[in-house]
Design a protein around this ligand. Structure first.
Ligand code: F6R
Length: 366
């Protein structure tokens, strides 16, 4: 089943051009300049009129939700809150009439997420599920939803399910933005055109996987790492840090880059690798100065950059390049080198990458 791949995780990372493509099939209608998701057809009005969207999930799925927050706020102009399912479940959350809850889960069986949505439902929210496993508990407990169609994910660490979740969330946001009229036609067209090109750009990144592999051999003995990004790439920093923790057992933390000087900068010395997501967008100059701050303290900088970026290439110790796309879509590309880096680091350290210690694929107990 693993085919030519040594591990399921690697196979699943390499499947992403096709899983992202499959996820958009029949939904992203480039010729008609439309996005159409049959699964939320009956709830598109509620979504478009929602006063607030609350996103509930755990782990990697939560990170997809955090990216979606930036997306919905930017193109749909709706306030979004993202909450850990466990915190929602045991908290005393405020759900108002007209709130829509989006629950994100690969397995569709995560206990905390399931109970959280039952609670939100009792409080009158509309529940939309974004799940991978067809017919699982969360889709059944939801009013409606969209499947990610990424196929079975065997590796315990989520990779292809994450990029499929992001893809679905982009599609939902685009459909809602169009419905609401919060996006102009030019921008909509640009985004769907760029989204359509994502699978081939992911493929290009995968063809350069040897770069992540060689960095893994340089940094496999690190005790700790810091991952930094801003805006919609901040959740990607969290995801990169989570992947390296699970797969290689290296302690890592993700932060919004600007938070560095509020504490984590104290950790930086010549032993500390700092992974930056430094792609071209409105925060680029800020990220460049954060990189300079780390270099001034002799930290080692690994940066995910756009192809042809000379500025960061000169400042950083190493770069992993990704093709350019619309800045809003970069999370779909920026996460790929970080998945590869975690995978190769784990393999070099002799870790069981498909089944990291203490982890279960689906967390059906609390
Ligand atoms: C990390 C990972 C976990 C899951 C989390 C939620 O690689 O796989 O953090 O994302 O346990 O699981 P689902 O998405 O099945 O609800």
């Amino acid at each position: 089943e693993k085919g030519n791949f040594e591990h399921y995780m690697l196979k699943e990372i390499f499947e992403q051009p096709s899983t992202i493509f499959d996820c958009m099939r029949g939904r992203l209608l480039l010729e008609d300049k439309k996005v159409y998701l049959g699964g939320i057809r009956e709830y598109i009005d509620q979504l478009s009129n929602a006063k607030r969207i609350v996103i509930i999930a755990c782990g990697t799925s939560l990170h997809a939700g955090m990216v979606a927050r930036y997306l919905f706020e930017e193109i749909c102009r709706v306030p979004v809150e993202v909450e850990y399912a466990s915190e929602f479940r045991y908290g005393n959350p405020v759900i108002r009439d007209g709130d829509v809850v989006i629950a994100i889960s690969q397995s569709g069986e995560t206990a905390d997420t399931l109970v959280a949505i039952e609670k939100a439902k009792e409080m009158g929210a509309i529940i939309l599920g974004v799940c991978n496993v067809v017919g699982s508990s969360i889709p059944r407990a939801s009013h409606a939803g969209v499947y990610t169609h990424a196929g079975a994910e065997i590796g315990v660490a989520s990779t292809k399910a994450f990029t499929a979740q992001l893809t679905v969330l982009y599609l939902i946001a685009l459909q809602v933005a169009k419905e609401k009229g919060t996006i102009d036609n030019e921008r909509f067209k640009k985004l769907i055109t760029e989204l359509d090109l994502i699978p081939e750009k992911v493929q290009q990144i995968l063809e350069n996987s040897y770069i992540a592999q060689s960095l893994a051999s340089l940094y496999m003995d690190a005790k700790s790492m810091i991952y930094l990004g801003r805006g919609y790439n901040f959740p990607i920093a969290l995801e990169g840090a989570l992947k390296i923790k699970e797969i290689s057992y290296i302690h890592a933390e993700g932060y919004p880059a600007a938070e560095m000087k509020h504490g984590p900068i104290a950790l930086i010395d010549e032993e500390m690798p700092v992974v930056f997501i430094a792609t071209k967008d409105h925060t680029y100059e800020k990220i460049v100065s954060n990189i300079q701050e780390v270099k001034a303290r002799k930290g080692k900088v690994i940066a995910v950059v756009n192809e042809g970026d000379d500025v960061v290439k000169h400042l950083a110790d190493h770069v992993m390049e990704i093709p350019e796309t619309d800045p809003l879509l970069t999370p779909l590309l920026a996460v790929i080198p970080l998945q590869l880096f975690a995978y190769y680091t784990g393999v070099l350290k002799g870790c069981n990458v498909d089944q990291p210690r203490n982890l279960a694929k689906s967390v059906t107990v609390e």
